[in-house]
Structure formats: structure tokens, C-alpha cells
Write a protein that binds this ligand. Structure first.
Ligand code: TXA
Ligand code: MG
Length: 319
């Protein structure tokens, strides 16, 4: 049965969602980055249901969400760098991959059997309320079908995962719009596993330069070449769109000629562009469009995350 979209500010909405989580069911909820597909990270069966609902390969581990840094520190070993980043950016759009603590109540499925764990304290009030009300660590990938465009509204979740979840908590459109930045701190040197909502520059200002993931291995198993993909092909760095294309524009100077245009930010603001990215990709992904043509996006601040997602959206598909 399709899940009801429950406005998160309705009395009892958080309690109903927390009850569903305690019963081992799936709940979609807003975070400041994208909507998450949450389940009790301590339950093998609940975590298995996440993988099944998304069609996600089981070797791709999940992020475990906690209500505060103190709770997060019970699940992993935090060195000085991790503590610094946690106190600067939590709650917020940062995920830390650290060595997993011994004897924690986590399903090995949540970490795909790895000796490390990805931890995040989100800042969205609905996410925090749900974490506190349930009293559970929540494993939560982005609430989209594996490999496809992430969800930044409750309606996006309902369109593709509506029949797989018990409750969809509606907290309106998410503010940041791209996923959390993931920093790997399990080795000697810190690694930028995924650019995201906290700009790389802000992290490097605190702990020094971040390494790129080593070539040839997929450091964050979810960072496969093709990801975030709409159904239409995607063409990057376009300055002259074709008549049968939809143009994903950026900035005030938009070339003419496309069949349809949506602008990520007419003023050229990267925060605004990140917030619009997934909703615009979804809106341009139409059967009457030959391809989505994307204008160049500057590579600084949130531009790192936007360009990362667009490159993967444009990569050759697995299918
Ligand atoms: O903003 C976000 O991070 C959202 C919201 C819902 O919190 N979540 C999210 O989760 O983006 P997901 O599952 O779509 O992406 C998690 C990424 C994957 O690329 C996964 O491979 C990586 O984190 N990851 C998780 N645990 C890891 C670990 N132990 N080592 C390396 N990468 C890990
Ligand atoms: Mg995802």
C-alpha cells in the first residue's frame, strides 16, 4: 500500500514515524541535504529492507545518523582530526568515515562488513526530532532508486519509493540540495570521499589538504561512475544547446536555442544552484527531450559537489 505523505509538523507525525522505525519499517525523512530512507541501523532485517527498496548493491555501505556528536562517538573511533571536524560542522552536511568501534549495536549490513563506519549528525529539525523520538541510530541512504536522481522533496520520494516505505515525513524542500561531504579518516591522510554540502575549502582550512581517493579503487563504494542519472542522456559544459535539448542553465547569460530551459541560479549563486539541482534535473527529464544540456558550473565552493553529481549523471550507464 502506498505510504501516506505526513506533514512533519502535524501533531503525532514524528511519533508515528518513530513507531514505524521501532517496528523495523522504513521511514523517509527530510535532512538538510536530501531526503533519507531511514531504518533502525541495529536491525539486520530493517537494513536489508533498505537495500531491497532501493535496489542497492549490498556491498555499498550506509551512513548511520545520530542526534549529536556524543552519540556518534560511541560508534566510531575519533582521532583529533575527526573531533575537530565534528565540533566545527555537526550538526550539518558532513559525514565522517572512521574506524568502527568494537561491540556497537550496529547491523554489519549497515557497514557492508567494513571495519569502518560512516557517521553523520544532520541539522534538519525533523531529522533530529525523529532521531530523538525513536532513540535509534538510523541507517539512511538518499531516498531514491539506486543510481538515480536523489530526492529533495517528499513528492520525489513518493513517486519512486512510495509503496516501499511506511511513512514519508514531509518537511518541505531540502535547503542544501546535495548530499553531505564525506571525509575518510580511517587512514593516515584524510581523503575527500565525496564532495558535498560542506565546501572542501572549509574542511581543508581546519585539517589541511584532502587527498583524492586512490585511483582504480572505489573508495566510497557508492561512488560508481554512473549515478544520480536521469533517464535522458546528459551533455556537460554546453554553450550552444540544440533545438531538441533541455538546457540546465547557470548564471545570467543563457544561450538561446534549447527546447526548454531551467536555470539553477540566474544570479550565479552556487548555494542556490545546489538547492535546485535535483528538482531541475527531474523536471527536465522528459520523454520529448533528446538530452539534458548543462552549462559550465564554476569549480569552487558547492561547485565541487554540483560538478561531481553532473559528471556521474552524464557517465555511461551501467544498464
Ligand atoms: O546527505 C547525505 O549524506 C544523505 C542523507 C540522507 O544523509 N545520505 C546519503 O547516503 O547520501 P548514500 O547512501 O546515498 O551515500 C552514502 C555514501 C555512499 O557512497 C557509500 O558508499 C559511502 O557513503 N559510505 C558509507 N559507508 C562508508 C564507509 N565505511 N567507507 C567508505 N564509504 C562509505
Ligand atoms: Mg545516494
Amino acid at each position: 500500500m502506498p505510504a501516506a505523505i505526513l506533514p512533519a509538523d502535524r501533531p503525532d507525525a514524528i511519533e508515528a514515524a518513530a513507531d514505524a522505525l521501532r517496528a523495523g519499517r522504513l521511514v523517509a525523512f527530510p535532512t538538510e541535504t536530501v531526503y533519507g530512507l531511514g531504518a533502525d541501523a541495529g536491525s539486520d532485517a530493517a537494513v536489508a529492507a533498505i537495500y531491497a527498496a532501493k535496489g542497492r548493491p549490498s556491498h555499498n555501505p550506509l551512513i548511520v545518523h545520530l542526534p549529536d556528536a556524543q552519540a556518534a562517538m560511541r560508534f566510531g573511533r575519533f582521532d583529533a582530526r575527526a573531533q575537530r571536524l565534528a565540533s566545527a560542522f555537526w550538526p550539518g552536511p558532513l559525514t565522517l568515515v572512521v574506524p568502527r568501534a568494537e561491540a556497537v549495536p550496529l547491523s554489519p549490513r549497515a557497514t557492508a562488513g567494513l571495519p569502518t563506519v560512516a557517521l553523520r549528525v544532520p541539522s534538519h529539525p525533523v531529522a533530529l526530532a525523529l532521531l530523538l523520538a525513536s532513540g535509534l541510530p538510523l541507517a539512511a541512504p538518499s531516498a531514491n532508486v539506486s543510481g538515480r536522481v536523489s530526492a529533495t522533496t517528499a513528492q520525489h520520494v513518493a513517486e519512486t519509493l512510495g509503496d516501499k516505505v511506511a511513512v514519508i515525513l514531509d518537511g518541505g524542500p531540502t535547503q542544501v540540495g546535495v548530499e553531505s561531504t564525506i571525509v575518510g579518516l580511517a587512514g593516515e591522510r584524510p581523503v575527500l570521499l565525496r564532495p558535498g554540502g560542506v565546501p572542501r575549502e572549509a574542511i581543508e582550512a581546519l585539517i589541511g589538504p584532502l587527498d583524492e581517493p586512490a585511483a582504480g579503487i572505489v573508495a566510497a563504494p557508492g561512488m560508481l561512475a554512473s549515478h544520480y542519472a536521469p533517464h535522458c542522456p546528459v551533455r556537460l559544459n554546453v554553450t550552444a544547446p540544440r533545438a531538441d535539448e533541455a538546457l540546465l542553465a547557470f548564471g545570467p547569460d543563457v544561450p538561446a536555442g534549447a527546447k526548454l530551459v531551467l536555470n539553477l541560479s540566474a544570479s550565479g549563486n552556487l548555494e542556490e544552484a545546489a538547492a535546485n539541482l535535483y528538482a531541475h534535473l527531474r523536471a527536465l527529464d522528459r520523454a520529448d527531450i533528446a538530452a539534458i544540456a548543462v552549462m559550465p558550473i564554476p569549480q569552487h565552493g558547492l561547485g565541487h559537489a554540483i560538478n561531481d553529481r553532473l559528471r556521474r549523471a552524464a557517465a555511461p550507464r551501467h544498464e
